[in-house]
Design a binder for this molecule. Sequence first.
Ligand SMILES: [Zn+2]
Ligand SMILES: [Zn+2]
Length: 228
Amino acid sequence: MFDEIEIMIKDLIFPKQCFSCRTWGNFICSECESGLKVQTFQRCIVCQKPSLSGWTHPKCKKRYAPERLISIFDYHSKVVSSLINTGKSGLVPEIFSDLAFIAARKIKIRDEQIWKYILCPIPQTKSKARWRGFNQAELIARVLSKHFSLAVDNILVKPKATRQQKELNKEQRASNLRSAFSVSLGPIPKQVILVDDITTTGSTFLEATIVLKRAGVKSVWCIAIAQD
Ligand SMILES: [Zn+2]
Ligand SMILES: [Zn+2]
């Protein structure tokens, strides 16, 4: 209830305008939604070459690599990049929720066991999150959570300095030292979908996956709203 009132008041103060055709009402109106440039092919996160449905090629598979990468929009499309950049620099969190809502409906996942997975946003450092006031990956994860009926769990944290080594088991200790990311306390799920706004070389996802798999995660998929 309060959320709804808050959203209505925000819309009155900062009315939404379509980034493409400039009509009022939404960041992307329903007419321009179909014009958002989607990825023409999915790719393997390890070699970056085309791969059916984004599965990591059998020859590229490594123990600590993700099983799959799904990216929806082409970041080189002007509307997509201006939406994301305005969302980040203009501090407009609603852009990410709206974009994720459109993206979620474009993700075609059939007969695969997505219901076993837990969504995990790529974390930001505390200072960055404080400055921006939100983590866009988390906003996207929340929209995907509703769409696919999956739980969101902030299994990864950043930076590593906040955790004490003595609290961790052997695998967790190794990953804690090794990477910018570490796993949070609590049970570790077996299947995780990492969520971020943009992926370029995939290095953030690759690094996060190493940490998750060393902590006991068996399968990692990665979802990015846009591919740079
Ligand atoms: Zn429009
Ligand atoms: Zn490959």
